[in-house]
Write a protein that binds this ligand. Structure first.
Ligand SMILES: C[S@@+](CC[C@H](N)C(=O)[O-])C[C@H]1O[C@@H](n2cnc3c(N)ncnc32)[C@H](O)[C@@H]1O
Length: 197
């Protein structure tokens, strides 16, 4: 009985600590770790359809890792990674990536007739604003109107070459998208694709 009570108290303390961390990170970053919807993810995958195999794809704000894992499953030929600043979602994203990796090396995820498992997916802990974009990569964002401001400022400061930016739901003001993919949801969302040469 005492053991059960202690276990319950530990679980409650863990949940309370994790929730507090999530709230503090959300206030600090101004963005909650809200996962993108299935429909938005499908539109993101459509935006990635033109990327050649081996392209580095980075989810800026990977949240719980759902989008990273979905891309890895659908496009095992891409080199998928993410950055996440909020500790609790980051840990979950790391675990999900590790499980995906294990499954893949065990022979799962070999869809689309591709015989070999692709490169290892991974999520890094950190603030992407301190890392900055690199050349020849595709960056995915699902942030907020405020987040799009720092995205624009960051990319215009670093001026990476041969870069694709795929922004779910929020457009980058002042940039003209090469494509804008409608999402069949009640908000009439869109996924925007930008090319920076
Ligand atoms: C709306 S969620 C998107 C999650 C995921 N990309 C998806 O589509 O399911 C945005 C995430 O970005 C993270 N984030 C916001 N600013 C960040 C930054 N500067 N560096 C790294 N992560 C950031 C937040 O912690 C949050 O988890």
């Amino acid at each position: 009985m005492q053991f059960l009570l202690l276990s319950l108290l530990s679980v409650a303390a863990f949940v309370a600590a994790a929730t507090t961390w999530i709230i503090i990170s959300t206030i600090h970053l101004g963005i909650p770790p809200m996962p993108s919807s299935r429909k938005v993810r499908r539109a993101v995958l459509e935006a990635l359809s033109g990327l050649p195999p081996g392209t580095r794809v980075v989810d800026l704000g990977a949240g719980w890792g759902g989008l990273v894992v979905r891309i890895v499953r659908e496009r095992p030929d891409l080199v998928v990674e993410g950055y996440e600043r909020s500790p609790v979602p980051y840990l979950v994203a790391r675990i999900r990536c590790a499980v995906t990796r294990l499954r893949r090396s065990a022979g799962h995820g070999r869809r689309h007739g591709r015989a070999r498992p692709g490169p290892r997916p991974g999520v890094h802990f950190g603030d992407f604003r301190k890392v900055g974009p690199r050349d020849r990569a595709c960056y995915i964002t699902y942030l907020s109107p405020e987040g799009m401001k720092w995205i624009r400022e960051l990319f215009e400061r670093h001026l990476p070459r041969d870069v694709v930016v795929v922004s779910a739901v929020f457009a980058v003001r002042g940039w003209t998208p090469l494509r804008s993919i409608p999402v069949p949801d009640m908000h009439r969302s869109r996924v925007y694709l930008y090319e920076l040469k």
